[in-house]
Design a binder for this molecule. Structure first.
Ligand code: PMP
Ligand code: GLN
Length: 391
């Protein structure tokens, strides 16, 4: 029989699915895969339920329900003072994941290079390669994950088509500063390149840090595709509603890719998310406050156990250096071994950070683990109890 796709057939199952399956197998508290354990606002869920009963339930327009596209444009104006035409400069997708794929397909031609900042969210590289591009890696180093202009410049070249910028950054919890964004912007202009801005954690930034879309910097309005996710903004990761904002000439090919990927997304969640995006300020303030409470439980709790917790300014993830704890427990092995061991013995699930690195970027660090704190107080405290008892 003829071989199936060599590329996809050789891809491993994602670390998130793998660790969640291991968590279920061992009855572990799952702080691995990033998802909140409390559903988002009931009034948004009720709005979706209403649409399911009353309709519409047929295909919405291919680029998105007009009300959600309007709400996305309004949201850009309200939070970032960006003037966006809903009908030519927005697109609704099946989650940020489809948005990322459609953006890669819409921008890349065979032979183009796409810059990826390590550690990076796992879907970027396969999506770049599937779209005919070649990933080029720039690595940030803990604990502060600062962007080096020199290292970034070295990754740019005549074939550079785009960079994927994830701020706030999963898994590092880094929020790019205005000066770092300025470095990226000037290189994009010098090399005539674009940015796919994965901003799914835009509303999960802890004061005094602030989220600055690259798109708001001078010269960046027409070079950026800005991606948001209702899954993150409304704590309903299963809803899979994403939205892309960009100038009309960039949105056009991205929309064209989307029409063959999924064509459209279910109307009930689109209409409900449109209402959600218009929530008053107290909703957005409450979202980040709730996440911060989780961070304030997990961070000192892990530190008291001897983990070195790295700074986290956004997202719902803490990165932790496990060296001392592993040494004390007599554990020698990779971070993946450590995560598997912790899952089985302590019954707490984490994500090994090496999963966010590519072999072409050089050897990955093997002393870091990612913990998700988007969980109820009792769940986080339960995980800390288990770790304390085991370690
Ligand atoms: N980008 C990043 C950085 C993420 O962490 C995630 C998901 N958790 C996504 C994209 C995908 O978002 P969605 O679930 O909306 O597809
Ligand atoms: N974004 C989530 C995380 O980083 C996982 C999403 C997924 O499982 N694809 O944990």
């Amino acid at each position: 029989m003829k071989p199936v796709s060599v590329f996809y057939n050789n891809q491993p199952t994602t670390i998130f699915a793998t660790m969640s399956a291991l968590a279920a197998k061992h009855g572990a508290i799952n702080l691995g895969q990033g998802f909140p354990d409390t559903d988002g606002p009931e009034w948004v869920r009720k709005a979706a339920a209403d649409v399911l009963i009353k309709g519409p339930n047929q295909y919405p327009p291919m680029p998105g329900h007009p009300d959600l596209r309007k709400a996305v444009a309004e949201h850009n104006k309200r939070f970032y003072n960006l003037d966006i035409d809903p009908m030519t400069e927005t697109l609704v997708t099946a989650g940020a994941t489809e948005a990322l794929s459609a953006c890669c397909m819409g921008l890349l031609n065979p032979g183009d290079e796409a810059i990826v900042i390590e550690p990076y969210y796992d879907s970027y590289v396969p999506q770049i390669i599937a779209a005919g591009g070649t990933p080029k890696f720039v690595r940030l180093a803990p604990p502060d994950w600062a962007l080096s202009e020199q290292a970034l410049r070295a990754a740019f070249g005549p074939r550079t088509k785009l960079i994927i910028l994830n701020s706030p950054m999963n898994p590092a919890g880094k929020v790019f500063s205005r000066s770092e964004l300025g470095i990226i912007a000037s290189l994009l202009m010098e090399f005539d390149a674009y940015a796919i801005c994965d901003e799914v954690y835009e509303h999960l930034v802890f004061a005094p840090h602030e989220h600055i879309p690259l798109m708001t910097l001078p010269g960046m309005r027409d070079r950026c595709l800005r991606i948001g996710s209702a899954g993150k903004t409304f704590s309903m990761t299963g809803w899979k509603i994403g939205y892309v904002t960009g100038c009309a000439p960039l949105i056009k090919p991205v929309t064209s890719a989307h029409q063959y990927l999924t064509f459209t997304v279910n109307p009930a969640t689109q209409i409900a998310v449109a209402q959600g995006l218009r929530a008053d300020d107290s909703y957005f303030a409450g979202l980040v406050k709730g996440m911060d409470e989780g961070r304030q439980i997990l961070n000192p709790g892990l530190a008291a156990l001897g983990f070195e917790v790295l700074p986290c300014n956004g997202t719902y993830f803490l990165t932790v250096d496990v060296t001392n704890v592993a040494k004390r427990a007599g554990f020698t092995g990779s971070d993946l071994d450590f995560a598997v061991w912790l899952n089985e013995k302590a019954k707490v699930t984490v994500i090994p950070m090496s999963a966010f690195y590519h072999p072409n970027g050089g050897p990955a660090p093997h002393h870091l683990a990612r913990f998700c704190f988007a969980k109820k107080r009792e769940v986080l405290e339960g995980a800390l109890d288990r770790l304390r008892e085991f370690l």
